[in-house]
Design a protein around this ligand. Structure first.
Ligand code: CA
Length: 747
């Protein structure tokens, strides 16, 4: 039964919101800014939606729940022959995101319509790939929450909330997101922002076990999807921008006990090495890298290959980004920016391929990987395909790690190709941006490709890649000192604004598009339309179709898999970044997409984070969008001296830009645009938030340990000055033509 528009609940009353914000500060601010109540109303209007749980449900839903998430080794190994299901993050162990379902195909896809939708209790960005198992859809949302929905009706069966402390998001570079979950033997597994791995009873939604996977004294987080292989849950972590040491862990799926862990970079040699792989890696490092952790977080791709019995994973950037401050000897720094293979049973090192030696560009090698059986140069091989953040498409032999292909799949200017004998990129020296010599990098730190899922169709032999064309000016921070909170990059992160202002002739694009790519020829076969910022993940089906989230274009769409002709689309009222999935139930094929993200409307705009499920002849309409008036740009007068504003700019760049964006102008859905915040009107109100932490439960923790009152005054002066500049002469957004969102969108 489809949920109709009339079923939407009303927003909550304003009163609880006022209590939440804290009486005193609110009273002060309300006298200054009459519009604030409306603002707060909007902020939470998507929040408390309580869906009645049916505890005595009869019929198909109840039947499904009795054997909830009954995923076994045999079912996962044969996932391709059970196409009615979507039991694991990438659809099957090979992570091809290809379904043999073909009831929806090129001939009838135009009849696809909404069958049901279900709202989430958040207006934040959604990145989660749903799972579909035996009549139930499971999906993770912002704040690492998990929902279970009856796949026929969209009725919510349960919601699990790990109750992540709001202040933990100070350790999170790129959004309060979660990209997915795993299922195994009656349980659903989710990693939480604050570093827990939680097993949830799939029938009840109650916690079965929970284990802390990180050192809580360090700035780790989890946004990626766990995978299950051979009774173990595999999970990595994020935090490479904050000074941590990366690793991947395997936990017993039944008990949560740690089985093995593989660190991706060596620790302090004085403490000895965990294994021979770390000893070898240490020979590729100089300086005292361990003091800032080294980096190499495993923040996205993890693939278990049942044929080789290996686990492949990608590792992230070095910490700090700028390798001069990580390792003055400019050595390779294994196993940063690499694909690494370990034995599934022990975590023992087997092989690695480092795509970016001596990484200094945030070129994580963690983008999704796909396994395929291809005939390469006349020889049948099992290969790993990875379009990498550094702009090269790599094909590696799965058993040995041998490099078979390395071809740029978007604009690349940091290297003139890859030497196929050594596997090393031919780096252009100027791309290493020596101090005083900025470099307009492509792909920029946004990457050629982030976490957005690829799909591989074994019939067309094509891989469908959500691709980015992106520039970013790399400007070395001439006087880097590690920051106990916030980013540790060794880059002047405030420089892009001034750099592009002073160099208007340089390209500044940041756009995304889907492209079909032939992994054997290394050639593009077709490309879809561009959208601003990242584009969404892909799903390939035997119906000759590729479904894709259209990013900020706010639609789910279907392309002809061979020609790229756009055959269907549906407007979603919000950005679509996660890849859709497909499943079959009662002889009907469905397409399900978790949507949400509003880079153009901003934090205060109403958002529409939901599960959308489409079927042939679906007739449900989304309710009309709510009316919304953006907050006015109405700062107090700028009275501070240029010196104070400059000091505020530096402090802002180090402590605030990660979330609130370049010069306070972020208007993404996740964080407020500070040039428009009413808090600019009073230092007392500003400090209540920044130093006293009154919004900690919303994610804005106190910065009292790193900022003094004169610092916050300077920061407020800087944002105020910036807001006045904007008001006087609204400049081109940065970078021109792109959505005013976070400059850095990966981990
Ligand atoms: Ca990174």
């Amino acid at each position: 039964m489809a949920r109709q528009a009339a079923e939407r609940v009303s927003p909550p009353p304003v009163e609880p919101v006022i209590r939440w914000f804290g009486g005193l500060i609110l009273t002060r601010i309300r006298t200054l800014v009459p519009g604030l109540c409306a603002l707060l109303f909007v902020v939470v209007s998507g929040v408390p939606r309580s869906e009645p749980l049916s505890t005595s449900a009869q019929g198909p839903a109840a039947a499904a729940r009795n054997g909830a998430a009954n995923v076994t080794a045999q079912r996962l190994l044969n996932a391709a022959s059970e196409p009615s299901q979507w039991m694991t993050y990438g659809g099957n162990y090979e992570e091809q995101r290809y379904s043999r379902l073909a009831r929806i195909n090129r001939d009838n896809v135009k009849q696809l319509g909404l069958a049901w939708f279900a709202d989430y209790d958040t207006n934040l960005t959604q990145a989660g790939t749903p799972l579909y198992i035996d009549g139930v859809i499971y999906v993770s949302t912002a704040w690492s929450k998990v929902y279970a929905f009856d796949a026929r009706s969209g009725r919510q069966l349960w919601q699990y909330n790990p109750k992540t402390p709001g202040e933990w998001i100070r350790n999170v570079c790129c959004g309060i997101v979660n990209r997915g979950i795993a299922a195994w033997n009656g349980k659903i597994y989710v990693g939480t922002l604050d570093g827990r791995l939680v097993a949830i009873d799939a029938r009840t939604g109650k916690e079965a076990w929970s284990t802390l996977t990180i050192d809580p004294g360090k700035h780790y987080s989890i946004t990626s999807a766990p995978r299950v292989a051979k009774g173990r849950v595999l999970i990595g972590e994020s935090g490479g921008e904050y000074g941590v040491r990366g690793y991947i862990s395997a936990y017993d799926a039944e008990t949560g006990k740690l089985d093995w862990r593989f660190y991706t970079v060596p620790g302090n040699p004085r403490n000895g090495f965990e294994n021979e792989a770390m000893r070898k890696a240490a020979a590729t490092w100089g300086g005292e890298w361990w003091k800032l952790g080294g980096g190499g977080t495993v923040w996205d791709a993890i693939v278990y290959d049942p044929v080789t019995d290996l686990v492949y994973f990608g590792t992230g950037n070095g910490s700090p980004w700028n390798d001069r401050y990580r390792d003055p000897t400019n050595a390779d720094n294994l196993y940063l920016a690499s694909v690494v293979a370990v034995k599934a049973d022990t975590g023992e090192y087997v092989w690695h391929y480092q795509s970016t030696p001596a990484d200094t560009w945030d070129y994580d090698a963690v983008s999704p990987m796909t396994i395929a059986n291809l005939t390469v140069d006349g020889k049948k091989r099992r290969v790993i395909l990875q379009p990498c953040k550094n702009g090269f498409f790599y094909m590696l032999d799965a058993a040995s790690g041998k490099l078979l292909r390395a071809v740029p799949f978007t604009t690349v200017n940091w290297a003139d190709g890859v030497d196929m004998k050594t596997g090393r990129p031919r780096v252009r020296p100027e791309a290493r941006f020596p101090v005083g010599k900025p470099f307009n990098l492509a792909p920029g730190v946004q990457g050629a490709h982030g976490w957005h899922s690829n799909a591989f169709n074994p019939e067309t032999g094509l891989i469908y890649i959500p691709t980015q064309l992106a520039y970013f000016p790399m400007v070395a921070d001439a006087s880097f000192t590690p920051n106990p909170v916030g980013y540790n990059l060794g880059l002047d992160f405030a420089a892009p604004f001034t750099y592009y202002r002073d160099h208007p002739e340089l390209p500044k694009d940041f756009v995304g598009y889907l492209q079909a790519w032939d992994p054997l020829t290394g050639k593009q076969v077709w490309k879809g339309e561009k959208n601003q910022g990242p584009t969404g993940g892909a799903l390939a089906t035997a119906g000759g179709l590729v479904f894709q989230g259209g990013g900020s274009a706010q639609e789910v769409r279907a392309y002809d898999a061979r020609t790229g002709e756009k055959l269907w689309s549906a407007k979603t009222q919000t950005a679509v970044l996660a890849a859709p999935i497909t499943y079959e139930l009662d002889g009907q094929q469905y397409i399900a997409a978790s949507v949400g993200g509003n880079p153009l409307g901003g934090y205060y705009a109403p958002n529409y984070s939901r599960m959308l499920v489409f079927a042939l002849n679906g007739k449900v309409q989304l309710p009309p969008e709510k009316e919304f008036t953006p907050l006015p740009l109405d700062p107090p007068p700028a009275t501070a001296s240029a010196d104070v504003v400059e000091a505020g700019s530096q402090k802002y760049s180090q402590n605030c830009a990660a979330c609130h964006g370049d010069r306070g102008q972020t208007r993404g859905a996740n964080f407020p645009d500070l040039t428009r915040t009413p808090l600019l009107h009073t230092q007392e109100g500003f400090d209540q938030v920044v130093l006293k932490g009154v919004l900690a439960d919303r994610g804005m923790a106190s910065f009292a340990t790193v900022l003094k009152p004169e610092d916050t005054e300077a920061i407020r002066a800087f944002i105020t000055a910036r807001a006045n500049e904007l008001k006087k002469a609204p400049p081109t957004p940065w970078p021109p033509g792109s959505p005013p969102t976070q400059p850095h969108t990966e981990h």
